[in-house]
Design a protein around this ligand. Structure first.
Ligand SMILES: Nc1ncnc2c1ncn2[C@@H]1O[C@H](COP(=O)(O)OP(=O)(O)O)[C@@H](O)[C@H]1O
Ligand SMILES: [Mg+2]
Length: 432
């Protein structure tokens, strides 16, 4: 991994002269009050390593009579310089051979010298950067599309299911109605059969009357025709027997009632209306259940896809524990980017950018005052464990700072005196 061994900057933006040998693993913290040149130092390093697209709009320090001079010595021996009137780039490799921006680009990660570019990218872009690093972007996008599709399906099915359920509930139900509609013709046929049987009974009753009359007339005949008595008695006897039988028959005769049937016939429409209503309700309930089951099935599928997604990320080699992607958003310890603390945002950015170009061993970070001292210590330990070199700034003059930048210089460095002397000399010589 390539690190920065030393940087020397003169007359860039607010910087007058700064020369630093940052620590190889961990945090080199440039402290100082506002407006003293801390960010100018980082801008200078970005310019010298990242190329002219990082050139500050007012690169030369106001009031400087000499052009900017920048020199960075890398751990692989490369010396990168910008100097002279046009601030031309000069890259010298250890063997003394010259090389250019292309060589620098091969190991300088753009986001490592321009972390705000990462921090200001959209949540989706950040998540994609992370997915790109861990190599599961394509699979995850596929699963996400699948999940979205299932989710949409389930939502429409869910709407139908609840409509159907409501509809089924609104239907009236008659617990006393028969299961199937009644047939009018059946009832009429039953009625006709009963009427036929009753008719037969009537016929038998009439027969009884006839026999009674005949018996009576024969009696009279017996009276009238005594001479025909023998004959008449025989007939009379016969008739007496018939009479006996007919009387016995008549005793057993019972008429069936058609009352219930008549009532049913009268109520047939009402009953059938209830039967149809019950059948409709059954159908509606079955319909509602069908959609309910479909909804549940889709829920299971969604759960399954979500599981696959979380497995995919769970098995991936994430640059920071607690980091994840959910629905295309970067998540750290359960929080989306805009809900993360400034400290967490810096930490997450560093962790992700760290993995983009594996041989880029350094990162520039501005505004570490967002971290309290505990967080700063923890971050510094993490950098050391990751063997990552961070050159960072912080509005502070506290002991946590490796170096204090003051008025474009490193506070307490000999150089201040030298420069003052130089300025005084120039002043005396009337150069200002
Ligand atoms: N070319 C320049 N020459 C002199 N001063 C500059 C130049 N460019 C910017 N500045 C001044 O530098 C100050 C900011 O410097 P900066 O490095 O951002 O400080 P810090 O990060 O320590 O707060 C501002 O006051 C700005 O006006
Ligand atoms: Mg600053």
């Amino acid at each position: 991994m390539i690190k920065i061994n030393k940087f020397e900057i003169e007359n860039v933006k607010r910087v007058k002269a700064v020369k630093v040998e940052p620590t190889a693993n961990g945090l080199t913290l440039l402290g100082g009050k506002n407006g003293q040149g801390k960010t100018s130092v980082l801008d200078s390093i970005a310019w010298v390593l990242g190329g002219n697209k990082y050139k500050p709009s007012q690169a030369t320090r106001e009031g400087s009579v000499v052009p900017p001079a920048l020199k960075v010595t890398m751990s692989n021996g490369l010396v990168v310089e910008r100097k002279g009137k046009n601030s031309d780039l000069k890259v010298t490799d250890p063997n003394g051979q010259k090389a250019g921006q292309q060589l620098l680009n091969s190991f300088v990660e753009e986001l490592a010298i321009d972390l705000p570019k990462f921090m200001n990218s959209t949540s989706r872009e950040k998540a994609n950067t992370l997915l790109q690093i861990i190599g599961v972007g394509e699979q995850l996008h596929k699963l996400e599309a699948e999940e979205q599709d299932l989710y949409n399906q389930r939502r429409s099915i869910g709407q139908i299911a609840s409509q159907k359920k409501k509809f089924a509930e609104e239907q009236t139900y008659y617990p006393d109605a028969p299961k199937e509609p009644i047939s009018a013709s059946d009832l009429i046929q039953q009625q006709q059969e009963i009427l036929a049987r009753n008719g037969e009974n009537q016929r038998k009753r009439q027969q009884l009357d006839q026999i009674k009359q005949a018996h009576a007339s024969k009696g009279q005949e017996i009276e009238r025709i005594k001479q025909q008595l023998q004959e008449a008695e025989a007939v009379y006897e016969d008739l007496g027997r018939d009479l006996e039988i007919a009387q016995k028959d008549a005793l057993d005769l019972i008429d069936e009632s058609t009352e219930q049937l008549e009532a049913n016939i009268q109520q047939i429409d009402e009953i059938n209306r209830k039967v149809r209503a019950n059948l409709d309700k059954d159908k509606a309930e079955e319909d509602a259940n069908h959609y309910r089951r479909q909804y549940d099935e889709l829920s299971k599928n969604i759960e399954n896809v979500r599981q696959q997604k979380s497995d995919l990320l769970g098995n991936a080699n994430l640059p920071l524990s607690g980091l994840s992607v959910e629905d295309g958003d970067l998540i750290y310890e359960g929080q989306k980017w805009d809900n993360m603390s400034g400290a967490d945002q810096l930490k997450v950015s560093a962790a992700i950018v760290r993995k983009l170009k594996p041989n880029c061993g350094f990162i520039l970070m501005d505004k570490l005052e967002q971290m309290d001292l505990d967080t700063l210590n923890e971050f510094s330990d993490w950098l050391e464990r990751e063997q990552l070199q961070a050159i960072a700034t912080r509005v502070s003059t506290g002991e946590e700072c490796s170096i204090i930048i003051e008025d474009g210089y490193i506070a307490g460095q000999q150089i201040i005196e030298e420069k003052k002397n130089q300025q005084q000399k120039q002043w005396k010589a009337g150069e200002f």
